[in-house]
Design a protein around this ligand. Structure first.
Ligand code: NAP
Length: 250
């Protein structure tokens, strides 16, 4: 097998709408020989995958506490220096117990903590813990799912305080970590990615106001991201781009 056909991919948060679509994208890609999926959920009994792809898949469950995450990373030691694609797909906007805030009075400490934990803390811990696994000679692109609403420049409407702030904080942490990765692991390129409004559980309650043609399928976005990652250069600079590869202002 040539080096080009022997790439490894890692999907963190593989059971979400976008995580599952990226998993399917990489399983169907003949240039990728191994796909490791990490999720709080167990492996679906009949995951959507092309025939023969199941032998490429390794599924690991994780509770997203730091100890559990470190144990996952220990299991990845045999793949040290071999991953060329990493997607960090965690994100929380609403749940049975929290809803995006419309006004100051809606701000709640527990909800702020919960949203920051999922959107900011968990991706940051992955990038801390994965350093020793990603460092090497294989060019590696790490796409972390951010959102355009994390752009301070773009914020004209306010609201969604916890979600917006958690994504802005994520972007700042990614910037910091990109600077350090550029010094200590030059083979790794970090990317903050905005998928556009995509038809997943996260966007479901808010889809009625999306203009026609602007609600993407997860499959479309996964394909776009895969192309954007393939075209990325190992320049040590964090980029903040949307589904179309367009740069977003911070
Ligand atoms: N859909 C959109 O329109 C849209 C727009 C802009 C940005 N995004 C971003 O895209 C990313 C993926 O979202 P999605 O649309 O695929 O949403 P989704 O279907 O609701 O998936 C949620 C994701 O978050 C993970 N997750 C859930 N609860 C978590 C927790 N408590 N701690 C850590 N991880 C947790 C899930 O991982 P497991 O279940 O596998 O453990 C899964 O990867 C998010 O970062 C989101 O902010 C989405």
């Amino acid at each position: 097998m040539s080096a080009q056909n022997n790439q490894y991919a890692l999907i963190l948060g593989a059971s979400g709408g976008l995580g599952a679509a990226l998993l399917a994208q990489f399983l169907a890609d003949p240039s990728i020989s191994r796909v490791v999926a990490v999720s709080s959920q167990s492996q679906p009994e009949q995951p959507a995958m092309p025939e023969g792809a199941s032998s490429k898949l390794v599924w690991i469950t994780c509770s997203y506490h730091e100890v559990s995450m470190a144990q996952v990373v220990d299991q990845l030691t045999p793949y040290q220096g071999q991953f060329s694609r990493v997607c960090i797909c965690h994100g929380l906007l609403h749940s049975d117990t929290l809803w995006p805030e419309k006004r100051l009075e809606d701000i709640n400490a527990d909800a702020l903590h919960e949203v920051f934990q999922s959107n900011t803390v968990v991706p940051t811990l992955w990038l801390k813990l994965l350093f020793k696994v990603l460092k090497g000679s294989t060019p590696c692109v790490v796409a972390t799912l951010s959102a355009r609403v994390g752009s301070i420049t773009d914020n004209r409407m306010g609201g969604w305080h916890a979600y917006r702030a958690s994504k802005a904080a994520l972007n700042m942490l990614l910037k910091n970590m990109a600077i350090e990765y550029a010094r200590r692991a030059k083979n790794v390129k970090l990317m903050a990615f905005h998928p556009g409004t995509t038809d997943t559980g996260l966007s479901k309650p808010f889809q009625a106001s999306v203009p026609s043609g602007k609600l993407f399928t997860p499959t479309f976005v996964a394909s776009q991201l895969s192309t954007i990652m393939s075209d990325a250069q190992q320049d040590g600079v964090l980029c903040y781009v949307d589904w179309n590869g367009q740069v977003i202002d911070w």
